[in-house]
Structure formats: structure tokens, C-alpha cells
Design a protein around this ligand. Structure first.
Ligand SMILES: *[C@@H]1O[C@H](CO)[C@@H](O)[C@H](O)[C@H]1NC(C)=O
Length: 449
């Protein structure tokens, strides 16, 4: 009894102050987090994402916000949910708040909390696959819209929220087909916001371009021979020479990062993805035989600013030269190999005064009490490339400061306070973007890009 009495007093005290000060905001904060958790609990992990359930959830959110909604399926079973908040000047190019609903798979047994439970721990961390990549952003857009609507804000520009499928498997049936569709063209989009990355320090990160993946396979052929014989020009020897050269190049790029001279997105990264050689036997491989073929595969990421011609020359002359009896293929992204748009210009979104959306974002983040780091090149791929390829400005931004980068990792989490802060950041950005009513700059920035 001695212990119970003070507890009761404490609870009563809490309840009474809560009612006096901010019962509404208390409960709405709980609701905001609970809506985020609901979205996180939907199993949209590959290879069998439950898009039906996520679409239903998003459409119910749209209804509660009086947003128009539309479901677009370029490929059956792969819905893109498009929500619309019509502006008072609908002739102005629209704002697109873009996110993807799918997530990468999780190894459940390696997580401290099940990846689809959206467990909120006592520290305030919300654990879930997609908590950083990128269900957080999708829900933050919605919550920011909810707040703006509550305040009676009227957007001048029309605002679209797009929730797309399949980003994690390349976006071909999602963003790519959408970006090339008549529906998208008719939206008259002027600026796209897509995902960025968490940042371990105080500064939010924003991305204006991304590296293109080049998937390189090199193959060597040579005379087979006895495993005991030393001779030149075997397939293995020729392949290993290439691997040594590639490794030196990899180290030279990595050294630039280690020395702090370049950021992750600014170098050409190379990692070996596979090695394939040997003559199979019932117990493994034949050990006394030097094989006649040997192959290796590399994931290469090329920044849009890189000299791609010289890289292609390097591959042909040093990494897989025909005189060393080697050949190579560049994988499925070959057509995008240059990182350039149709007119041959690098696919980047300007971050200078020629792009008003950049300055608006910077100011809006600052006004909401956030700090923005130096604009960066995204080290991997996002759906933003499909919009940049059209010549549209697209900025990659996920407001998660003071957060370890855990996308695709075990125990991916986001702290609830960071999540809530991010909503305020988006309120500020959406307000600034939707109120911006210059015509001239739109056209100019589009042409320049
Ligand atoms: C390439 O293959 C040819 C034909 O097998 C062989 O004569 C030559 O020595 C090989 N050259 C190298 C560098 O492996």
C-alpha cells in the first residue's frame, strides 16, 4: 500500500496537467506515431510485397484528409497511389511528394524486435523495416498535409503525393513507367521530392544527383592445363591480372574518401560481386586442372560528373583487354551508362540560384529549425533518376538527423522525436513550395536542366 499510494497520486497529477496543458496535442502525437506504426506493420517486403494492404491504408488516409485519390497500375498488382491536393492556381507547375511503399526483405532472426511489429522501445526508437527507407517520408508528407489543412493553409500550387511500388527492385514497373506515362505528363510537375539518407550528425542531407550503376562482367579464356604445370596466359592468370588492376583502381578511389577529399557519391566505387571459375566434380572442383574460362562480376557506381569515356576506355584497354584474351559486358544499365540525359547533359539538379526550388528548400528547413548539409550525390540509386532524366528538378531528402544510417540493415529504426521533427520540416517545405508563384523561373530551370 505504501508503494501504491504515491503512484496513484503521480498518475492523477500527470492526467490533470495533461488535460490542462495539451491533452489534444498529447493524443495527436500518439496518433501520429500510431499511424506511422500501422503503415510500418504492412508487409511490403520483397519478393511478395502486400501492395493491396498498403494501398488500402493510404487511400483511407487520403479520405481522412479529403485528398483526391487515384490508383494507377502500369503492371497489374503493382499499384501506385496518387493523392491530390488541388491548389488555388492549378495552372502553375505542381509539387510532387514522392515515396515508395516497398521495402527490402529482413532477416527476422537477426533483429532485436520483429521487423514488422513497429516496436516502440522505452528510448523512443521505432524498429521496423522501412522506418528509414522510406515509409517514414511517405507518412511525414501525409502528416504535414494534415497539419497544414488543420491550420487552414491553402496551397497555390497543386500538391501530389505519389506512393510507388518496386523501387527496391529497380523501379521499372513503378517510377519508370509512371514517369513516362501520359498521366504523369498531364500532372505538369515542376519539382519532385524523393528520398535521401539519414545523417549521424545535426545536418540533414540533400541529394541533387546520383551515381549510375554499371554492372561489369569480365571473362578470360586460356589454354587449359595440368594443375602441376607452370605456364603463362591461363584463363585464371589473365583474370587475376585484371582483378589486381581493378583492385588498385578501387583503392585509389577509396583513398580519396579516406583522406576526406571526396564524399561517397563523388568517386567511382567498384566492388566484386562474383567470381566464377573451376571445373565442377562430384565433391566440389577438380583440383589438378587449370580451367579454360574464368569470369568475375563487379558493381561499379559512376557519378554523373565522371569522365565516362575514359572509364570505358580503361575497361576495354586495362581491365578486359582483348590482347589478354578477355572480353566484357556491361549489364542492364548499359543504356544509362553515360549518366546523361537525352541532350547529353549530366543528369543533375542544379543547386545554385538558377534553381529556385533549392533555395526554397534550404530556407524552409532553416525556418523549421533544421540544418542542411552541403548538397551531395546519392551513392546508390533512387527513383529520382527517372524524373531527372525527364529534365525535372528532383531533390533527395529524408529528414533524419542524429540517426545512424540503417537502411537495408538489421534493426533499422527511427527515433520518434526525429520522425516528429521531420513532419515540421515538411510542413515548412510544403508551405514554401506550394506558395511559390513565380512562373518564369519554372520554365527557365526546366530548360536549363
Ligand atoms: C591468347 O590466346 C591465344 C590462342 O589461344 C594464345 O596463343 C595467346 O598466347 C593468348 N594470349 C594471352 C595474352 O593470353
Amino acid at each position: 500500500m505504501k508503494f501504491i499510494c504515491p503512484n496513484i497520486i503521480f498518475i492523477v497529477f500527470l492526467l490533470s496537467t495533461a488535460t490542462i496543458t495539451s491533452s489534444q496535442s498529447e493524443s495527436s502525437e500518439t496518433n501520429i506515431i500510431s499511424r506511422f506504426q500501422q503503415f510500418l506493420k504492412i508487409k511490403t517486403d520483397h519478393p511478395t510485397p502486400n501492395y493491396k494492404q498498403s494501398s488500402d491504408f493510404l487511400i483511407s488516409q487520403a479520405k481522412s484528409l479529403s485528398l483526391q485519390s487515384q490508383t494507377i497500375e502500369h503492371v497489374p498488382g503493382k499499384p501506385l497511389v496518387l493523392l491530390k491536393w488541388t491548389g488555388t492556381s492549378p495552372e502553375l507547375p505542381a509539387i510532387m511528394l514522392y515515396s515508395h511503399t516497398d521495402v527490402v526483405p529482413a532477416e527476422h532472426d537477426k533483429w532485436d524486435h520483429p521487423p514488422f511489429d513497429a516496436h516502440l522501445d522505452s528510448e523512443g526508437r521505432i524498429y521496423a523495416r522501412g522506418s528509414q527507407d522510406m515509409k517514414c517520408v511517405g507518412m511525414q508528407y501525409l502528416e504535414a498535409v494534415r497539419k497544414l489543412k488543420q491550420w487552414g493553409f491553402q496551397p497555390k500550387r497543386t500538391i501530389y503525393l505519389a506512393f510507388a511500388p518496386d523501387e527496391e527492385i529497380g523501379g521499372h514497373d513503378g517510377a519508370e513507367k509512371f514517369s513516362l506515362s501520359r498521366v504523369f505528363q498531364d500532372l505538369n510537375v515542376g519539382i519532385v521530392l524523393d528520398e535521401g539518407l539519414a545523417s549521424p550528425d545535426d545536418y540533414y542531407r540533400a541529394f541533387y544527383a546520383e551515381r549510375s550503376p554499371w554492372w561489369l562482367k569480365i571473362k578470360a579464356v586460356g589454354i587449359p592445363g595440368h594443375g602441376a604445370k607452370l605456364y603463362d596466359n591461363s584463363a585464371m592468370e589473365n583474370l587475376l591480372k585484371s582483378i589486381e588492376i581493378i583492385r588498385r583502381y578501387r583503392a585509389s578511389q577509396f583513398d580519396l574518401i579516406k583522406a576526406g577529399l571526396k564524399a561517397d557519391g563523388e568517386v567511382i566505387s567498384i566492388n566484386m560481386a562474383f567470381l566464377k571459375a573451376g571445373t565442377p566434380s562430384p565433391t566440389g572442383f577438380v583440383m589438378n586442372l587449370q580451367p579454360s574460362e574464368a569470369e568475375a562480376g563487379f558493381d561499379i557506381r559512376v557519378p554523373p560528373t565522371a569522365d565516362t569515356e575514359s572509364l570505358e576506355r580503361r575497361i576495354a584497354e586495362e581491365w578486359a583487354p582483348t590482347w589478354r584474351n578477355m572480353s566484357f559486358t556491361l549489364g542492364q544499365f548499359k543504356q544509362k551508362v553515360s549518366g546523361c540525359d537525352a541532350s547529353g547533359k549530366p543528369v543533375v539538379t542544379k543547386t545554385d540560384s538558377s534553381n529556385p526550388w533549392w533555395a526554397l528548400l534550404e530556407n524552409a528547413v532553416q525556418e523549421a529549425g533544421g540544418k542542411l548539409g552541403k548538397p551531395e550525390i546519392f551513392p546508390a540509386s533512387t527513383d529520382a533518376r527517372y524524373f531527372r532524366n525527364l529534365g525535372l528538378p528532383a531533390i533527395g531528402f529524408s529528414p533524419m538527423a542524429n540517426t545512424p544510417i540503417l537502411l537495408h540493415d538489421h534493426n533499422e529504426y527511427l527515433h520518434k522525436d526525429e520522425y516528429l521533427k521531420g513532419i515540421k520540416i515538411y510542413e515548412s517545405i510544403i508551405k514554401a513550395y506550394a506558395s511559390y508563384d513565380e512562373h518564369v523561373n519554372d520554365e527557365r530551370s526546366k530548360d536549363e536542366l
